[in-house]
Ligand binder design. Structure first.
Ligand code: CU
Length: 496
């Protein structure tokens, strides 16, 4: 009897010690915005799920190295009234992602991911969308400045067999955007199954800048995603699902596992999209060398920003330049995430022409303006099924905020730290490119001083942004951890 009581006492003490040290380390871990682990408050190797943690670690690939698949450029048809017309169809398919069985996937105009839609600033565009999936979807153009009836959010579901004809003017500068499904409660699963594509906007500035721009030669798209493969190479969303994000142990770039790229010894440009459901990345180069970020979500930065590491939260993009001019044929460099190889870049050929130096000036974005009192304040809080914005979960019948078209506003967005430390929530706002004014009262880092549509909110953060909606309608703002979005961490702003 006494022995049993001692055992129970010992057990309770150990448990208490574990909980207290867990909270303690978590506070340290999330104490600073600059120093963070992959997820706010993750304790590597603990392997237990206490909300907000990445429970699935990335594993080094055991697959053979594969040439990076490049998505095709979608050809448009020139029409007299509607400008250039494109067709995008969401399809069921099977894709050979791994050795063995092909994987059942979703794709746009193909079995997985989608083509690159290449449009020009000032151009009239038509996109004919069609849903051939056996489930309702929507076609959201992430980062595009369009009226909300074109935006493709939860208000415009396309049922199985349905079509929608979208027409708009391209009213924004050169940028790398993307498109993905945004149906209510189902975005996570549909993206996980393979739905995502890129949009390149070009303009006179991007034409004239001396940057690598030969697609597939020195200008490459890199869509980074993590997946878990079950038996027979299935992507089992339900099995892999986590209420704080669905993670996988396997990295895929453009749908390629363990990819390599053969290039010449010149400057190369990577247009990197974090297309993952929930995982944050901290990219660096294998030899720790400096690279340059030239563009953020909504276009070119004012000048190239030298960097040794690049963080991207889900939905975020960055264009980076790697200077391989001094590399010899046979040398290689790798893009890394922690100790995991993301992409191997082999220099296999000597270029006949020397890359010009990077332009000193890329863009002319006026500095963001602050105000003493923000026009709007909102708070992100909670985890799992308890995620909320201003204490509320998404309700399609409720307008949360109102704004006037063309009027500059300052929004203050807070991520409330909780007992467990909290999580990084990627904040995304539809229909606009905004500017980051400050993070906790300090100027944002140089690579965040351009146009943004998605930013990291660290636990305890208070971020101010400058927002001017160019178009009318109802626009979403939400967490881009797709499982949080699906769980209702989303609100809507009516722009009149
Ligand atoms: Cu979130």
């Amino acid at each position: 009897m006494k022995k049993q009581a001692t055992t129970i006492f010992l057990g309770i003490s150990l448990l208490l010690l574990a909980v207290v040290s867990f909270i303690f380390f978590r506070q340290i871990d999330t104490g600073s915005s600059g120093l963070f682990s992959n997820q706010g408050g993750r304790m590597p190797g603990m392997g237990m799920h206490m909300g907000g943690e990445v429970t699935t670690e990335l594993a080094p690939s055991t697959e053979q190295s594969n040439k990076l698949v490049l998505p095709p450029i979608l050809e448009g048809n020139l029409t007299p009234e509607d400008g250039t017309s494109y067709s995008i169809t969401a399809l069921n398919g099977n894709t050979q992602l791994k050795e063995g069985e092909p994987t059942p996937t979703y794709g746009y105009n193909g079995s997985v991911l989608g083509p690159i839609i290449r449009i020009r600033s000032g151009e009239k565009v038509e996109i004919k969308t069609e849903n051939e999936l056996d489930t309702t979807t929507s076609f959201h153009w992430h980062g595009l400045k369009v009226p909300s009836n074109v935006d493709g959010g939860p208000h415009t579901p396309i049922p199985t067999g349905g079509t929608a004809d979208l027409k708009f003017m391209v009213k924004q500068e050169a940028a790398t955007l993307w498109f993905h499904p945004h149906p209510i409660g189902e975005a996570g699963e549909q993206v996980y199954q393979g739905l995502a594509g890129l949009i390149y906007i070009e303009d006179e500035n991007s034409d004239s800048l001396a940057l690598p721009k030969e697609i597939g030669i020195n200008d490459f798209p890199v869509i980074v995603q993590d997946r878990s493969f079950g038996s027979n190479n299935q992507l089992d969303y339900t099995q892999s699902y986590g209420p704080d994000g669905t993670y996988g142990d396997t990295l895929m770039m453009n749908g390629t596992i363990n990819p390599y790229l053969d290039v010449m010894n010149e400057k190369i440009r990577l247009r990197v999209l974090n297309g993952s459901n929930a995982r944050n990345y901290q990219f660096r180069l294998s030899n720790s060398s400096t690279f340059y970020q030239i563009a953020s979500d909504g276009g070119f930065l004012n000048e190239p920003v030298p960097m040794e590491s690049l963080q991207l939260v889900p939905g975020e993009r960055a264009e980076i330049i790697l200077d391989l001019s001094d590399y010899k044929v046979g040398e290689k460099i790798q893009l890394m995430e922690a100790n995991i190889v993301v992409l191997t870049i082999n220099v296999t050929e000597k270029t006949s022409k020397k890359s010009p130096p990077l332009p000193k000036t890329l863009n002319n974005i006026p500095k963001a303006e602050d105000s003493t009192t923000p026009d709007k304040v909102m708070t992100f809080s909670g985890m799992g099924n308890m995620v909320a914005i201003d204490g509320k979960q998404f309700d399609m019948d409720r307008i949360d905020l109102r704004a006037k078209v063309g009027e500059k506003e300052v929004w203050e967005i807070k991520n409330i730290r909780d007992m467990m430390g909290g999580m990084i929530h990627p904040f995304h706002l539809h229909g606009v490119q905004f500017k980051v004014i400050s993070r906790n009262g300090n100027a944002p880092p140089a690579n965040e001083q351009g146009w943004k549509d998605t930013i990291a909110l660290y636990p305890g953060d208070s971020v101010r942004i400058e927002v001017t909606f160019p178009e009318k309608g109802i626009f979403m703002y939400h967490c881009h951890i797709l499982e949080h979005e699906d769980n209702g961490m989303m609100g809507q702003v009516l722009v009149e």
